[in-house]
Design a binder for this molecule. Structure first.
Ligand code: UD1
Length: 434
């Protein structure tokens, strides 16, 4: 078993570079299916989820070349593509369901395994399914698969979303671009990754109006062409570095961070006493230097442009070492609070009340072995280890590898005492339900 071992107390200083966004790159790779020929993506992060998406596209008949050092992925899409996303892959990565829209539009049929249990909560697919039905698809569930058919093609329609779901907006957008007639997606998600997808689709020849707003208007076209596209920088990775610098009293130049995608996050950091200075190509983040401490700040997650749910665990870590008390509210994924007992193991004073956590700041945390339950929890526990006395060992390292490109080496280059080490798995049985 591999763990990330962190020795707390080091200050972070230096620069890091933010790669393209995981949550964009995966959808762009899936969207490549819409056009036969060679699509090339630049600034693709070298992470496990990209490797899984590449494998899924290969099984659908594409040739995929992943040049990890160059951060480039080339997808060659044949005229005839497959239509099935197996459980094995969907279980490994829920974002596999983003082939639903492109395959339905391009092939007229698609079988995608239902993701099932998910470490960050019961994320429904009802909005995806309802929307696709409004575009004329027949959608059923059989043998653990979502089975969607549109033998006579999709038809444009007015699709109001009950909630601005990122995944549903993306699947409906990628379905609508090849549908016949006009589709209006109302209450669409406005995340920068959705905008990135819309921009790539437009470059492929799609006709989309209202990009970046909550109403997307799509005129279907008969055919799309492959393109070259640069993935938008990862605002969650940028936010991770900003919170790491804030918590550890660092001075970090986060190259590639885009202030316009981090509005509320930077406001909250500034309120906490962190200095954020725009540079020509990113942001310089200066945390309060010990013995000064950050100030406690309330945070509530909401769809973009609200505070991102993916950064909520980091806000909690910062709150845990701030002066004063704060309330952190999670409005998107209830199970993100699985992380709370783990930072409590590091000595954080945290109490869960429904979808709120009351956190009372302490001067420092106290190192201990902890376990990551998802990608962001993994990174947030490593950041917590930076401000904990002694040694913290974070297990569940595979979660980090799913979403962070070279996280540990970059952290070490900033001066953190951090490394990956092998541990022999414990011989005690895991606790059972009884
Ligand atoms: C994406 C991101 C994830 C991020 C989230 C919110 C990827 C791979 N993941 O996830 O990192 O935290 O956006 O910014 O891009 N919902 C339904 N029914 C549906 C769809 C969603 O009830 O049909 C609910 C979910 O249970 C959740 C909320 O809507 O409570 C938000 O989900 P959604 O915006 O769809 O997030 P994802 O696309 O799954």
């Amino acid at each position: 078993m591999e763990v990330v071992r962190v020795e707390g107390g080091a200050r972070l200083e230096g620069e890091v570079t933010v790669p393209g966004a995981k949550n964009s790159a995966l959808k762009l790779m899936a969207a490549a299916l819409l056009a036969p020929g060679g699509t090339v993506l630049h600034d693709v992060p070298d992470i496990l989820d990209v490797t899984i998406m590449a494998e899924l596209l290969r099984r659908l008949g594409c040739r995929v070349e992943q040049d990890a050092p160059a951060r480039r992925v080339a997808v060659d899409v044949p005229e005839q593509v497959g239509h099935r996303a197996d459980y094995e892959l969907v279980r490994a990565m829920r974002a596999s369901i983003s082939v639903l829209g492109p395959l339905l539009a391009r092939v007229g049929e698609v079988d995608v395994a239902l993701p099932g249990g998910d470490a960050i909560g019961s994320r429904g697919l009802d909005l995806h399914v309802d929307g696709l039905r409004q575009l004329g698809a027949e959608v059923d569930v059989a043998h653990g698969y979502l089975v969607a058919r549109a033998p006579r093609g999709l038809r444009g329609a007015l699709v109001p979303l009950a909630f601005p779901s990122v995944g549903a907006t993306e699947n409906l957008l990628t379905a609508a671009v090849l549908a016949e007639g006009t589709t209006v997606l109302d209450n669409a998600a406005r995340e920068p990754e959705v905008v990135d997808l819309a921009r790539m689709l437009s470059a492929m020849g799609a006709r989309i109006e209202g990009v970046g707003t909550s109403q997307l208007r799509v005129e279907g076209v008969a055919r799309l062409r492959p393109v070259q596209h640069r993935v938008v920088p990862d605002r969650i990775v940028a936010g991770t570095w900003a919170y790491a610098a804030a918590a550890a009293g660092g001075d970090v130049h986060v190259r590639g961070a885009r202030a316009e995608h981090l509005g509320l996050v930077l406001d909250k950091l500034t309120l906490a006493g962190v200095e954020v200075v725009p540079t020509g190509d990113g942001l310089r983040v200066l945390g309060p230097r010990p013995p000064r401490r950050p100030r406690a700040v309330d945070v509530a997650t909401l769809p973009y442009p609200g505070f991102p749910t993916d950064l909520q665990p980091f806000a909690l870590v910062l709150g845990a070492v701030s002066e004063g008390s704060a309330v952190v509210t999670e409005n998107l994924f209830e199970a993100r609070f699985r992380f709370v007992p783990e930072i409590a193991r590091l000595g954080a004073d945290v109490r869960v009340e429904g979808h709120h956590v009351l956190v009372r700041g302490r001067p420092a945390l106290s190192g201990a072995p902890v376990e990551a339950s998802d990608i962001r929890a993994g990174a947030a526990l490593v950041v917590a280890g930076l401000v904990a006395d002694g040694v913290t060992e974070v297990s569940g390292v595979q979660h980090l590898d799913r979403g962070y490109d070279a996280f540990v080496p970059q952290l070490a280059a900033l001066g953190a005492r951090v490394e990956r080490v092998q541990r022999s798995p414990g011989s005690l049985p895991l606790p059972g339900p009884g």
